[in-house]
Ligand binder design. Structure first.
Ligand SMILES: [Zn+2]
Length: 272
C-alpha cells in the first residue's frame, strides 16, 4: 500500500498548475524554451502566461505560443522600455493584438527604472485603453507607484476582462483597493524568502479566489524554494512553479490538490 495520496505520487499529476507570469523569450533562456516547457510540464505546470516587454519581443512571444500549446501570449511595453517606443507603435500594437488574440502585458508603472515618468504613464494608459477596446486581460507590473497606479486603474476597472497584478507585494490597504477593482493578485517565489514575513501574511489574508502564482522566470529570487538560502539573486525557472504551489498551499493551510484546483480556476479569465 502506498502511503502517499494518489496525486502526490511521482509522475501521477492530476493537478494542473498555472504559471501566471514569465518570460520564456528572455535572452537568458535562448534556445531553451522547449526544454523548460517540457520540464515544467513533467512537474504539472500545464500552462504558462508568457509576457513580452517591448515591441522587439512581441514576435518571439507570439511564435512561442504558436509552437507550444502550453504557452499563452501577452504583448505589451514594460514600464522600463516605455520611453523607447517608436512612432506608430500603438497602431502596430493594436494590429498585433487583433491578429493574435494575445492578452496585454507586461505593462505598468515602476520607480526602479524611470528615465521619463510621463512617458511611462502615457504608454501604460494607452495600453490599458487598447485592452479595454479589445476586451483583453491585462498583466500589470507596479513598483512603488501604487498611489498613481490605483488612480489610473480606477479609470478602467472594474471591467469584465481580467486584471492581474504580477509579483504582488504591497500593504493590506492597497490589496483591498485592488480587490475592489476586480484584480487578481499573482504571488511569486519571493513568498518563500525568509525575509518576506509581511508578504506571507498578505498572502494568507488574500481571498483564495483572487490568488495566482508565478515564477516570473528568469527573474525573481526564489532560492529558498530550491533549498538555497544564500540570499543571492538566482534565476527562476518555470518548473519551480510546482514547488511554489506546494509552499503556498501550506501557507494557506490547504490540501495542495484543492488549492491548485482553485488557482487554476482563478486563472481561467486570462487563458481564453
Ligand atoms: Zn515580468
Amino acid at each position: 500500500m502506498c502511503l502517499l495520496k494518489k496525486s502526490e505520487r511521482e509522475g501521477n499529476f492530476r493537478m494542473k498548475f498555472l504559471d501566471a507570469h514569465l518570460h520564456l523569450q528572455d535572452k537568458r533562456f535562448q534556445g531553451m524554451a522547449q526544454e523548460l516547457i517540457a520540464a515544467a510540464g513533467t512537474a504539472g505546470v500545464a500552462r504558462q502566461i508568457c509576457c513580452a516587454t517591448s515591441e522587439k519581443d512581441w514576435g518571439q512571444v507570439v511564435e512561442l505560443a504558436a509552437r507550444h500549446s502550453e504557452v499563452l501570449p501577452m504583448l505589451g511595453v514594460h514600464p522600463w522600455w516605455a520611453h523607447k517606443v517608436q512612432p506608430g507603435w500603438r497602431e502596430r500594437y493594436l494590429e498585433m493584438l487583433t491578429m493574435t488574440g494575445a492578452g496585454v502585458g507586461e505593462i505598468g508603472l515602476c520607480s526602479l527604472v524611470e528615465p521619463d515618468p510621463s512617458a511611462q504613464e502615457k504608454v501604460f494608459a494607452a495600453q490599458l485603453a487598447v485592452a479595454a477596446e479589445l476586451n483583453r486581460p491585462v498583466a500589470v507590473h507596479c513598483v512603488r507607484r501604487w498611489g498613481r497606479m490605483l488612480e489610473v486603474l480606477a479609470d478602467f476597472y472594474p471591467q469584465e476582462a481580467g486584471l492581474m497584478i504580477h509579483a504582488f507585494g504591497a500593504s493590506p490597504e492597497i490589496m483591498d483597493r485592488l480587490l475592489a477593482l476586480g484584480a487578481m493578485l499573482s504571488f511569486s517565489g519571493r513568498l518563500a524568502d525568509p525575509r518576506n514575513e509581511k508578504m506571507r501574511r498578505l498572502f494568507q489574508e488574500a481571498p483564495l479566489e483572487r490568488i495566482l502564482l508565478e515564477s516570473d522566470a528568469p527573474d525573481m529570487y526564489c532560492g529558498p524554494l530550491v533549498g538555497d538560502t544564500s540570499g543571492k539573486k538566482s534565476n527562476s525557472e518555470p518548473v519551480m512553479t510546482a514547488k511554489l504551489y506546494r509552499f503556498a498551499a501550506d501557507l494557506k493551510n490547504m490540501d495542495l490538490e484543492r488549492f491548485a484546483a482553485q488557482v487554476w480556476e482563478n486563472g481561467q479569465i486570462f487563458t481564453h
